[in-house]
Design a protein around this ligand. Structure first.
Ligand code: ZN
Length: 313
């Protein structure tokens, strides 16, 4: 039995919450699946996007600070790029769609067996659409993206380091990743059963400056684990290697543990259950502000300070 099964979710920092929604729903056609708050900072939103059910491996989340917030800087010690997956047959659709919406992109570039389009969101965060032959996850209808061309979830993420060695050690020795491919300055790892949603690319960039956390940067990446018992097993494994890992934290939709990998990227291990349907059904996902039970008594105070948000239909 495998304890880690690829990516659960990725969380990044955004500027304006409305611009964030507009980009990920109107341009990329992701489903807006949950409007909640940052449990550690209840006066900012926590916005969730993904497929129709918010399946692990499709969930991209943002803490939108505000337009005036501190801007991050792309560099080493960070997840520098998030890659989405779409079938090869959708490549031309995405080229036309990005062009139509005036999103400047590079590509299609050939990388290993895939074709890649590279572009930025409204906060300057680097994204990719990886057109590939491996994708088999379900499609969904969202906004005006035809169902067959929907982004199916993550392909993977790229981590930049001046020296990738220590992170490679952690991925393969403790987190059950396997080295899959190597090219130029990029090493690809996979976990669980492999395939889209499980790839981590380590990029060795010895001359690149360190990144700075802020708007347009990734806050952390979470890996999937089946349940609380596999999570505790992973936790024990990290503790035994003297890695400073948090206790299990209840995130309402999953349980989490956090630690920094040797290159200083924040890693999380999150359980698949209970998932995003615990407080809504698929038909009504995103309908209202969701609060965990321990913040429900402060609802009116919290709602009063959050900016209004219009979800494109
Ligand atoms: Zn997380």
């Amino acid at each position: 039995m495998k304890n880690i099964n690829g990516i659960h979710h990725i969380t990044a920092i955004a500027g304006s919450p409305q611009k964030n929604v507009d980009f990920y729903v109107e341009i990329l056609g992701l489903k807006f699946i949950k409007k909640t708050i940052n449990f550690d900072d209840p006066h900012t939103y926590h916005l969730y996007y993904g497929d129709e059910r918010g399946n692990p491996g499709t969930i991209l989340t943002f803490f939108p600070w505000s337009e005036q917030g501190f801007r991050g800087k792309r560099g080493t010690g960070q997840i520098a790029t998030i890659s989405f997956s779409a079938p090869s047959s959708s490549l031309n659709y995405w080229i036309e769609r990005l062009t139509k919406h005036n999103i400047v992109f590079a590509g299609p570039l050939k990388r290993f067996d895939e074709e890649v389009l590279i572009f930025e969101d409204y906060d300057g965060f680097e994204l990719e659409i990886v057109a590939n032959e491996e994708e088999s996850r379900p499609s969904y209808k969202s906004f005006d993206v035809p169902e067959e061309h929907s982004i199916r979830g993550f392909w993977g993420a790229s981590v930049w380091h001046q020296n990738t060695g220590p992170t490679e050690g952690l991925l393969t020795d403790l987190l059950e990743f396997k080295k899959l491919k190597e090219g130029e300055n990029r090493i690809r790892f996979t976990s669980g059963d492999g395939g889209p949603g499980t790839y981590i690319d380590l990029l060795q960039l010895p001359d690149q400056l360190k990144g700075i956390m802020g708007i347009g940067a990734v806050h952390h990446i979470a890996f999937r684990t089946d349940n609380e018992s596999t999570q505790l097993k992973m936790r024990e494994r990290l503790v035994n290697k003297n890695i400073n890992v948090t206790p299990v934290i209840d995130r309402n939709y999953f349980k989490s543990i956090y630690f920094h990998e040797p290159g200083n990227v924040l890693f999380e291990i999150a359980t698949d259950p209970p998932g995003f349907l615990i407080d809504e059904t698929t038909g009504s996902l995103n309908s209202s502000l969701k609060l965990p039970h321990w913040l429900e008594s402060s609802r009116s105070e919290i709602e009063a300070v959050l900016p209004a948000l219009k979800i494109p239909e």
